[in-house]
Design a protein around this ligand. Structure first.
Ligand SMILES: [Zn+2]
Ligand SMILES: [Zn+2]
Length: 256
């Protein structure tokens, strides 16, 4: 089974002409798993020519707007594209952001469309038991350290045992190193530039340097820098020792 990651938005809390708000798709061929759903995710989803009927679940890391505000627009557009079964789109989020996620629809007229949603607010945030499983994958959640409660997710494929970890927003911690140990792919936030480490940590974020340190300590195979700000990169791919680092652009596809 060929596994692909589609970067819908590679930016952070400020979007730029080149980078939209955070969202990625993990595509197993048989279905898609979405992580975070920032504004414009719907537009990116259709631009990437993804199949609306293949979206199995949406995983939200935390309540900040850059990670959730695209949900109502996405649901309304999926409904318009023919996804109509009750509860056919499953949304997973830690229990502490239940109120904010449920209230997202209050400012939209799409209450009819919202029936295609099924919410799952889970309490297992220590990576112990999966918060989601189906015939193809298991997904685990682990609490991170951010300015508000937030989780990282780990997706493990049943057939090939591939491991993809998505950090969400966090400062560097031993927990993300343990959680992503040996992963095939780590998608890790690098909100700030090298040299801004103190500022980043004080705001519950990480820098490019932090991302590389975490990935190297966890011995992951590939690091995808994510939640990027205004940093300028000269190369889209580079190596730090044995670690391969990818600087994605929106709508990039990365094969695992
Ligand atoms: Zn964010
Ligand atoms: Zn945040």
């Amino acid at each position: 089974m060929r596994l692909r990651i589609v970067i819908l938005g590679s930016g952070g809390y400020v979007s730029t002409p080149d980078r939209g708000f955070p969202s990625i798709i993990v595509d197993l061929g048989v279905g898609y798993y979405m992580f975070d759903v920032g504004e414009y995710t719907s537009r990116q989803f259709f631009k990437a020519k993804l199949n609306p009927h293949k979206l199995k679940a949406i995983f939200i890391t935390h309540r900040h707007g850059d990670h959730v505000l695209g949900l109502p627009g996405l649901i309304i557009n999926l409904y318009s594209a023919g996804v109509t079964g009750k509860g056919s789109i499953r949304v997973y989020a830690p229990y502490w952001c239940e109120k904010q996620v449920r209230e997202l629809f209050l400012n939209y007229g799409g209450l009819r469309e919202s029936v295609i949603l099924e919410y799952n607010f889970f309490r297992e945030v220590s990576g112990g038991k999966p918060v989601y499983s189906d015939d193809y994958v298991e997904v685990y959640a682990m609490e991170m350290e951010h300015s508000v409660p937030s989780v990282a997710y780990k997706l493990i494929t049943r057939s090939s045992g591939k491991v993809i970890v998505y950090s969400g927003d966090t400062k560097p911690t031993s927990r993300i190193i343990d959680f992503s140990s040996g992963a095939d792919i780590l998608v890790y936030e690098a909100s700030f530039s090298e040299g801004e480490e103190d500022l980043a940590v004080s705001l519950g974020h990480s820098t490019v340097k932090h991302a590389i340190e975490v990935a190297a300590k966890a011995k992951v195979k590939k690091l995808i820098l994510f939640h990027l700000g205004l940093q300028k990169f000269t190369n889209k791919r580079f190596n730090v020792g044995r670690l391969e680092v990818i600087v994605p652009s929106d709508l990039d596809e990365i094969y695992v």
